[in-house]
Design a protein around this ligand. Structure first.
Ligand SMILES: [Zn+2]
Length: 324
């Protein structure tokens, strides 16, 4: 049996806290997982992941550092609530956490962290683009945004705001990709409703073949094949078993460009269930089934692909867990 690598997971507190973390690692080890490429979403999480990886207790945790395109913000007390054009229009009297797009002002500490710790990192991630309406327009649902766009008095302001947020996200992503290339690290990319734009930026910045992973890609087959033609990888999460779109991608993408991931604790085989790295065997089995290739052969190919993305896989990363 070849060692398995989960190329994208969020294996740190509070997703996995207390005894949950060692227990999840035990179960992962039992199915042959030797490494978990662990992708933080904020600078605080970058610090947390690096601490876990360096603690000596969790050799399977292979740390990344990045800045997720979706950040959380707390709207508390009587903070003014912005309308969709970015102008304050009412007072909110409840404290809530909501999602917003990453901003340029979030970037400098992330770049500094990556630069400072590049020797200890396996990749830059999670980075990317997320163009879902509630991220572009915090506090609004997709249907509210649709309604606002039908209102001719508001349409222009809504669309101008949308363009502004998307352009800022793209610039955030560019800065992180450039930083990854400077650090000679691959990029672990998120793309939601933005597959084409994510690939366009990787191409624009001349990210070389093998140096980008598109995780849980939600785009079309032609866009996925554009990534393949650039030599990038697409990683398959366990949710593939309930996603016709992802099944179509697995069928269309050559095995030479696939990798396995879990995105734990998200994207479990059962919607809403807690995912963990041991569930990578569900991704593996689905690839085996769709490709009609022996399991042993798929495992060997996934390892070979991992070696291409993570150049020092054997000498640096798998060596951490060799003695076990
Ligand atoms: Zn993720």
């Amino acid at each position: 049996m070849h060692p398995l690598v989960d190329v994208h997971a969020h294996l740190y507190p509070p997703n996995f806290a207390g005894t949950d973390l060692p227990a999840a690692l035990d179960r992962a080890r039992a199915v042959g997982v030797r490494g978990i490429v662990t992708v933080p979403e904020t600078v605080e999480e970058c610090e947390e992941v690096l601490l876990l990886a360096e603690s000596g207790s969790y050799p399977e945790i292979w740390p990344c550092a990045g800045l997720h395109p979706v950040q959380k913000e707390i709207v508390s007390g009587s903070a003014p609530r912005n309308d969709v054009s970015g102008q304050p229009n009412q007072i909110e009297d409840v404290a809530t956490t909501r999602e917003r797009a990453a901003r340029l002002s979030d970037v400098p500490p992330a770049l500094e962290f990556i630069h400072k710790h590049k020797e200890k990192l396996i990749a830059v991630g999670e980075v990317g683009l997320d163009f879902t309406p509630h991220v572009i327009h915090p506090g609004f649902t997709a249907s509210q945004v649709r309604e606002l766009k039908k209102d001719s008095a508001k349409k222009e302001a809504v669309e101008a705001r949308e363009l502004e947020v998307k352009e800022e996200q793209k610039e955030v992503f560019r800065q992180l990709v450039r930083c990854a290339m400077d650090a000679d690290l691959p990029v672990n990319c998120h793309s939601r409703s933005a597959g084409k734009y994510t690939i366009d930026i990787l191409r624009e910045l001349n990210v070389p073949p093998y140096r980008a992973i598109l995780h849980a890609f939600d785009g079309s087959v032609p866009n996925a094949l554009a990534a393949v033609s650039l030599g990038y990888f697409l990683s398959v999460p366990p949710s593939v078993v309930r996603s016709p779109q992802k099944q179509t991608l697995v069928t269309a993408i050559p095995l030479t460009n696939l990798l396995l991931e879990t995105d734990s604790p998200a994207l479990a085989a059962v919607a809403g269930a807690q995912n963990e790295p041991s569930q990578i065997i569900i991704s593996l089995e689905e690839v085996v089934k769709r490709k009609g290739v022996a399991k042993e052969e798929v495992e060997a190919l996934m390892l070979e692909n991992s070696r291409k993305v993570f150049r020092d896989l054997d000498i640096k990363w798998l060596a951490r867990t060799k003695s076990e």
